[in-house]
Design a protein around this ligand. Sequence first.
Ligand code: SF4
Length: 83
Amino acid sequence: MRELFLVEPIADENWQDRALCAQTDPEAFFPEKGGSTREAKKVCLTCDVRNECLESALMNDERFGIWGGLSERERRKLKKRAV
Ligand code: SF4
């Protein structure tokens, strides 16, 4: 019997396949301490999977790099606000 799927899956497990940063300079997303994050954040603004990326970083407690357009420090602030 053929099944019909009328709803989209809640979580997109393959979101990384659509990560825009994979097509750019990955080092921009992991700058040296004090280095600029501007270019990476600009890329994130137009990334289709920004929410998935940020959610994943928060869930996995990612310590380094730009994820979902936010730095580690910005993610920490966001987490504190959510508590
Ligand atoms: S939001 Fe930024 S870091 Fe996350 S997948 Fe997209 S481009 Fe990469």
